[in-house]
Design a binder for this molecule. Structure first.
Ligand code: NAD
Length: 385
């Protein structure tokens, strides 16, 4: 039970990196990787694994590199604790040290097993170790499967002062040689983490494939069920969402233009993650970001009020909060948004949904649009306003 998609990267390093989505495929991962030619005959492997799943899914991936004849490629395991504060320069240094101690050379391969934090970190290590080694992404969250492990963006967070993190401020575009997604790994996710991935699915639906929206609510009722029919439904959902991202990235791998659409809601989301690091998951911040972007779009003439309200209802219907966890001022969130990477020549770029479908890039956006969106999700004016 597998679906195979192709990740084209328009003349980039990886001409055609396969994305395999299936159920129960972890045990054969080494064979699959060999058969698609990615990381062929590696000298050794550095397995960067989320510590929450090291003894379960991580161990199965590690075992798959033991050959039936008793020989095996040397696999060194490196555990990471998945938190945004750990997606840092200091964890990057730790992984690099382990790569050196493990003797990973230029034919070595980094295999990342975990959610978006783990694949972003491990991919960044692969891009920078010895000026670049191959890596393979094995996403184990819905968000990782439909978004983070695809498209080649890797990165870490940096501090922006005032005890806040600037999201993904150091990073590269260094695509994995293959992405292997096993939907069975989703069965051990908490309902909250699974739901986080639905925000990125909804984003893809709003950008390019409205038919995805109808599949989202049901997925929450069966994601933890290993029954083959439900696994097949999950594979279909992941494949449809992944295809939206792969098609857009193929057109614009370096994010000169169209790829920016994938950042719908993210300028808001990154500001919220910076302020509410302990309270919001990435997907929950994206869900709020989609609502904020919709109301900003109303102010910019791209959507009717009824359409923005309908987005808010969809987001709430998936079980997400549609207001901030606590009162925060617009000014404070605007400060954090000022560090968003989508700023160009110090002006603001926003990606806003369009009522008739799709999204558009608003360059040199009026900062008032940002404030309208933030107010719509409950940000308050400071005393001076
Ligand atoms: N590179 C990109 O293009 C891109 C795109 C979107 C998001 N991201 C990044 O992805 C990150 C968010 O990813 P995420 O939501 O996957 O978060 P995550 O990696 O923190 O995983 C969420 C939680 O699930 C746990 N977990 C992972 N797999 C599990 C499993 N199978 N069973 C049980 N628990 C499991 C983790 O330990 C963690 O507690 C953010 O840092 C975001 O910036 C990157």
């Amino acid at each position: 039970m597998t679906r195979e998609l192709t990740q084209r990267m328009n003349g980039e390093r990886v001409a055609s990196a396969p994305v395999v989505i299936g159920s129960g495929i972890l045990d054969s991962i080494a064979d699959r990787v060999r058969s698609i030619g990615a990381g062929k005959n590696p000298s050794s492997i550095l397995l960067v694994v989320d510590d929450a799943i090291a003894t379960t899914w991580g161990a199965r991936v590690a075992r798959s590199w033991h050959n039936p004849d008793g020989s095996s490629v040397r696999v060194t395991e490196c555990l990471v604790h998945a938190s945004e504060s750990n997606k840092s320069a200091s964890t990057w240094t730790t992984i690099m040290d382990q790569a050196i101690r493990a003797g990973l050379d230029r034919r070595g391969v980094i295999v990342a097993v975990g959610g978006g934090i783990t694949t972003d970190l491990a991919g960044f290590c692969a891009a920078t170790y010895l000026r670049g080694v191959q890596w393979i992404a094995v996403p184990t969250t819905l968000l990782g499967m439909v978004d983070a492990a695809l498209g080649g963006k890797t990165g870490i967070n940096l501090s922006i002062g005032q005890n806040r993190l600037g999201k993904n401020l150091a990073g590269t575009i260094w695509p994995p040689s293959a992405v292997i997604a096993d939907t069975q790994t989703l069965t051990s996710l908490s309902a909250r983490t699974f739901r986080g991935g639905l925000a990125e699915c909804l984003k893809h639906s709003m950008i390019a494939d409205p038919s995805i929206a109808a599949l989202l609510a049901n997925a929450q009722t069966y994601f933890a069920d290993p029954d083959p029919l439900n696994q097949w439904r999950l594979i279909d959902l992941v494949a449809r969402c992944a295809q939206v991202k792969l098609d857009i990235v193929a057109e614009d791998p370096r994010e000169a233009d169209r790829r920016m659409l994938l950042n719908l809601g993210h300028t808001f989301a990154h500001a919220l993650e910076s302020e509410f690091a302990a309270e919001l998951l990435h997907g929950e911040a994206v869900a709020l970001g989609l609502v904020a972007a919709s109301f900003a779009s109303v102010a910019d003439g791209g959507m009717t009020l009824a359409q923005a309200q309908s987005v808010r209802s969809q987001v709430a219907g998936l079980g997400f909060a549609v207001a901030l966890p606590r009162a925060v001022t617009v000014d404070s969130l605007e400060f954090a948004a000022g560090f968003d990477k989508k700023r160009e020549e110090s002006s603001l770029t926003l990606i806003l949904p369009v009522g008739s479908g799709g999204a558009r890039i608003v360059r040199r956006a009026d900062p008032e649009l940002l404030r309208v969106g933030l107010r719509a999700i409950g940000a308050v004016e400071s005393a001076g306003h």
